[in-house]
Ligand binder design. Sequence first.
Ligand code: HMH
Length: 221
Amino acid sequence: TNKMGIVDKWLKKHSVAYSGATRHPFIHSIRHGTVDLSSFKRWLGQDYVFVRASVPFVASVLLKAWKESDDSSDVEVILGGVAAFNDELAWFKKEASKWDVSLSDVVPLNANLRYCSFLESLMSSDIEYTVAITAFWACETVYQDSFAHCLEDNSNTPEELRETCERWGNDGFGQYCLSLREIANRLLDKAPADVVSKAEVVFLRVLEYEVEFWNMSHAET
Ligand code: HMH
């Protein structure tokens, strides 16, 4: 409907990297119903650690929006994301007990620690709001796109994994990701060239970290 934003251009330009993050073998295995349950459990425990660690990052994006945004509806969109954490952490606890995963015993693997430190580096006040919201959009969108793929009509996702896929693959979460995309596009449109380049690099790094995150599901330990 709208004209193509900068983020939409990046999705085309970097479509191979984007598909690498959203069509990972782990996602294919869920969608095909061949997923190894020990992989799923490992992902679940690692993602709980990641989601907890991303709370301060999202709070920092909220703070930047409140200080720097020219549109007060940004704060509301991001606040929606902050508010969803409560429910999300409760969901992880419920899901973990269903699969006999002990969340208090999860040891964060290196790829997870690296992704968390990357998010932490983006909390710095030196990082522009435009760059930070681009990272946040990319992070949420990879999950939305990946799990929505597992819910498509021709998918064979096992019944007991559907709730997980719906958590990020549902239409409401899809709308929320579109709202984040609109904010990113609006800010990038007005940003100086060096900030746009920084945001593009950050977008690509998020895609890499997401691939490494999925890769942990088939880690040896
Ligand atoms: C690794 N990326 C990772 N975990 C998540 N839960 C999301 C993105 C979406 O919030």
